[in-house]
Design a protein around this ligand. Sequence first.
Ligand code: HPA
Length: 245
Amino acid sequence: MTVYAIIGGTGLTQLEGLTIREALPLDTPYGAPSADVLRGDYAGREVLFLARHGQPHRIPPHQVNYRANLWALKQAGAKAILAVNAVGGIHAAMATGHFCVPHQLIDYTAGRAHTFYEGELEHVTHVDFSQPYDAQLRERLVAALRAEHAAFSDHGVYGCTQGPRLETAAEIARMERDGCDLVGMTGMPEAVLARELALPYACLALVVNPAAGKSSALITMAEIERVLEQGMGTVKSVLARVLAG
Ligand code: HPA
């Protein structure tokens, strides 16, 4: 049976309902992951859980050791990855509180350690990334969102910015012209590192604010946290359905 790993983002540093069997303090050739990898049971299934920003939340998006995180999950036995990401909404359909299972992404990050293929290599490798997310995993997320009667989009383009600052309105306008529907800071290089390790990967994105320039209100952490709190119940039910399915 597939062992799923859940990477919890902002608002999901702990998976309530997870019966922890083991906390694995793993080390990797790339350093330590953000937190112990938790092995436990959730929705009647064995699962691995990792808090992307550490437990408690302390590592900003540009300082997450994505390579160590992915390597540690593979080492712990993960066979597929479900990533949970809080995002800003760019497309009009991506209202606050809306969910999206993106089908594509554009990487605007810079300077992040983004590949396992470096140093002395036996082969130069260019991994295929034309479809960054796993189709079957995406379908499972979509089916679970539908069953939960959530407001969601079954596709969308995720633009990943460097952060930690939020974007300017002009940057969001450019991203919109590029075709981005959502903006976040943690989708990359996580997705490509999973691909390099041959781990199927999909993203469950929750819109927590209108992206810069999409609303006259200031983007505040207090508002983002309020939306996260409201959305996490659905995130947990969706994850449980995917695991149980
Ligand atoms: N921009 C970038 N990342 C984000 C945002 C945003 O507006 N909201 C949540 N993560």
